[in-house]
Design a protein around this ligand. Structure first.
Ligand SMILES: Cc1ncc(COP(=O)(O)O)c(C=O)c1O
Length: 483
């Protein structure tokens, strides 16, 4: 009798406290769910390498001196061999090492959110989903690659890293990752952002990084530019020159780049792989996939896992969005060009506005880059990705609608993706089509409130690069090899 009571009591306790989680994939049954979370078990264990599936493989990177394809040894002064091997990797999937997974676990998986408030405000039949990367410690997608790069450097004994930062997002992400793995980090921050974003500086210093405005007096490249143009707002191209020079002239230092390179895009594919699972749980597949594009990493991170399906026959539109003041994909040429202003990097095949281009100081600092990722450029060239350029005022306008309806204030870079989503949702409304739109909200804008203050005060200006200006800027490519 006593045993019977005990058994029944135990059963009751089990019933009260046991929780059977719903199956991870409930296709079609969560149509009205606002947020779709995955469990930590769902963090991808491998990165996806699109090179294995591209219809046209990207042309090789060239040595600027010889004009010949570079080999892994040419890159060794700048990067650890682990990352160089990822740069030239042809395998479809690459395992993520355990210490990197442990670091990613701090904030991943990130949520997929249906922008129901925005949909209502626009009165669109389109369904708008966004992958929110602002939940990372530094507020954007950048730590996805920063922790991987810090780890692969540490694995080869590299304890000092140099880098550039435009908006401050990449610099703070590498500072965070360096702090995590015990490395020193020196950040060359584009002068205009250095002045506009004092709290990004403070964040980097909090993680233990050293930070200097670029161009700086610390490098030959910086000194030469300061001599010619002491008032320059700086550019990513200049800051890259300084960070590359720092690494190339010190044995204890390697360089880390926050975008453009194949291995950086590879690291970002955790975003798209998670989003695929989350869209499946929502019972949807996107008709249009949108992301802002500076060097290409956040957009590639979201888009490339889905692009594999498109290459295999799925009918999805891919739209990369960029500023009209730095229209690399929409007005640039697909050419070999240097990644930096001082011509220290190898020559990459990419859409470019010319390495001497200094974009006007718009607030989306992370989108002010003259070039673009070679992988993404090739897919644009092959017609698999479309590109659209927007003025910054339209982007801020859309971001304010987004903030009022969804609550999150987008980073100025991400506002180009938000505007893309708004534009395509309004086109769907016009056409009476129930499109499914997915975009990457690559970061939040809480360190960028000065930009919003200026916008609200009406002091921000639009600037679109004219065809004449593009022609002039592309003169920097004269004499360089063509693709
Ligand atoms: C929030 C955010 N989104 C997008 C970008 C653009 O870079 P990428 O094209 O590599 O994602 C940046 C760059 O700094 C950024 O900070």
């Amino acid at each position: 009798m006593k045993d019977d009571i005990l058994t029944r009591a135990a059963k009751l306790v089990r019933q009260l406290f046991s929780f059977n989680p719903p199956p991870t994939s409930m296709k079609g049954s969560n149509m009205n769910q606002k947020k779709i979370f995955l469990s930590e078990q769902d963090i991808p264990k491998q990165w996806y390498n699109i090179v294995a599936d591209m219809p046209t493989p990207p042309p090789p990177i060239l040595h600027p001196g010889t004009g010949q394809p570079i080999g892994p040894d040419d890159l060794a002064p700048l990067f650890p061999m682990g990352l160089i091997m990822q740069e030239v990797c042809q395998d479809r999937f690459v395992d993520i090492p355990e210490p990197v997974l442990e670091a990613l676990q701090i904030w991943r998986p990130s949520p997929l959110i249906r922008a129901t408030g925005l949909e209502k405000a626009l009165g669109t039949p389109a369904k708008i989903y966004y992958k929110y990367e602002g939940v990372s410690p530094t507020g954007s997608h950048k730590p996805n690659s920063a922790v991987a790069q810090a780890y692969f450097n540490k694995a080869e004994g590299v304890m000092r890293l140099s880098t550039e930062t435009g908006a401050g997002q990449w610099g703070s992400s590498l500072a965070f990752a360096g702090g995590l793995f015990g490395q020193e980090v020196k950040v060359y921050m584009v002068r205009i952002s250095f002045d506009q974003k004092p709290y990004r500086k403070a964040l980097m210093q909090t993680y233990g990084a050293e930070i200097v405005a670029s161009p700086s007096p610390d490098t030959n490249a910086g000194r030469a530019i300061l001599e010619k143009t002491p008032d320059t707002p700086g550019s990513l191209g200049i800051a890259i020159s300084e960070a590359v020079e720092d690494a190339a002239t010190r044995d204890d230092t390697r360089y880390a780049l926050g975008s453009v390179l194949n291995h950086v895009l590879l690291h970002q594919t955790v975003v798209g792989q998670e989003a695929m699972k989350q869209m499946e749980i929502a019972g949807e597949y996107p008709d249009i996939i949108i992301g802002c594009c500076g060097g290409g990493s956040n957009y590639a991170g979201l888009a490339f896992p889905f692009m594999r399906d498109k290459i295999n026959g799925k009918d999805t539109r891919f739209v990369a969005t960029e500023p009209a003041s730095c229209p690399t994909l929409t007005k640039g040429e697909f050419r070999y060009d240097f990644g930096d202003t001082a011509q220290l990097t190898p020559l990459s095949p990419m859409f470019t506005l010319g390495h001497q281009f200094v974009p006007p100081p718009i607030h989306a600092g992370g989108l002010r880059y003259h070039g673009d990722s070679p992988l993404l450029s090739q897919l644009v060239k092959d017609g698999l990705i479309e590109a659209e350029a927007y003025g910054q005022l339209d982007c801020f306008e859309s971001s304010i609608t987004f903030a009022k309806t969804e609550g999150i204030v987008p980073a100025p870079e991400s506002s180009h993706a938000v505007h893309g989503a708004v534009k395509h949702a309004l086109e769907a409304k016009e056409a009476g089509e129930e499109k499914v739109i997915l975009f990457n909200l690559s970061g939040h804008g809480y360190f960028d409130m000065a930009a919003y203050t200026n916008f609200l005060a009406g002091t921000l200006e639009d600037h679109a690069m004219t065809d004449e200006e593009v022609k002039e800027s592309l003169k920097a490519l004269e004499g360089l090899p063509t693709v």
